[in-house]
Design a binder for this molecule. Structure first.
Ligand code: NAP
Length: 244
């Protein structure tokens, strides 16, 4: 497919899991992709796998100066930006009664503040036809045990798309939320453990976890003009987990 020919994309957290699968899919469809993440060695390995249409920029979404460097690199090499997939995120469990201020701060710093500045700092490079994809979660609309900070952060992200669709009126830039269900990545393994992953798979109407490539395919749809009349939407790619 060539529906993203000539497009430039930024994917935060693009070197692993869902972000990496999305990077592969966007490149397969013709895009040039900048990956952004904290671990240089992981970025290097991803760029080596993805080939000449991928670049890696090291940094954290919670550091505004790092984001400035990311977009300076995009501007220097490509001039403009068409697609932002704000995918970087963290999630871990702490039961009510055990929650710490540090846990809340880390989760919101990356998932909420990081998403806000990832998008705000991208806007000067974007224009008509641009597509912003935020990463929500089935946990943003359902109750999930011990996921207070994570679920609340993803509920906040869900609202960002609705608010920004207002703020972006007249720009021709669309903004939507992609909300995966349980997806087989390192984050899911660390957050849920082997047993927890089995439980989430069995709670899912399709009776399994997603392959990251299935979320990447949905990201490519939202990035492309195939979704040209969608903005402020939440696209659930969750095997039905949050839909019943
Ligand atoms: N897997 C699931 O079941 C599931 C379900 C619903 C939603 N999601 C969401 O999907 C997104 C991707 O997660 P994943 O499952 O693919 O897990 P993952 O493989 O752990 O990916 C998370 C990525 O985010 C990057 N990252 C974390 N903190 C960052 C920061 N401060 N600055 C820049 N990059 C940062 C990580 O790289 P570095 O550590 O190198 O920075 C990593 O590449 C997350 O937003 C997650 O909440 C996942």
């Amino acid at each position: 497919m060539t529906r993203l020919n000539g497009k430039t994309a930024v994917i935060t957290g693009g070197a692993t899991g869902i972000g990496l699968a999305a990077a592969q899919r966007l490149i397969d469809e013709g895009a040039f992709v900048f990956l952004f993440g904290r671990r240089q060695d992981v970025l290097d390995a991803a760029v080596a796998d993805l080939g000449p249409n991928a670049r890696g920029v090291q940094g954290s979404v919670s550091d505004e100066a790092d984001l400035d460097r990311l977009y300076a690199a995009v501007k220097a090499e490509r001039g403009t930006l068409d697609i932002v997939f704000a995918n970087a995120g963290v999630g871990s469990q702490l039961k009510l009664g055990e929650i710490t201020a540090e846990h809340i701060d880390e989760t919101f710093d990356i998932n909420v503040k990081g998403t806000i500045f990832t998008v705000q700092k991208a806007l000067p490079l974007m224009g008509e036809g641009g597509s912003i994809i935020l990463t929500g979660s089935s946990a943003g609309t359902t109750g999930a045990p011990a996921f207070t900070a994570y679920s609340a952060s993803k509920a906040a992200v869900r609202n960002l798309a609705r608010t920004w669709a207002e703020d972006l009126k007249g720009t021709g830039i669309r903004v939507n939320v992609l909300s995966p269900g349980a997806t087989a990545t390192e984050l899911a393994k660390a957050a849920l453990g082997e047993e927890g992953q089995k439980v989430f798979a069995s709670m899912t109407p399709l009776q399994r976890m997603a392959d990251p490539a299935e979320i990447g395919a949905a990201a490519a749809f939202l990035a492309s003009s195939d979704s040209s009349f969608m903005t402020a939407s939440e696209l659930a790619v969750d095997g039905g987990l949050a839909q019943l």
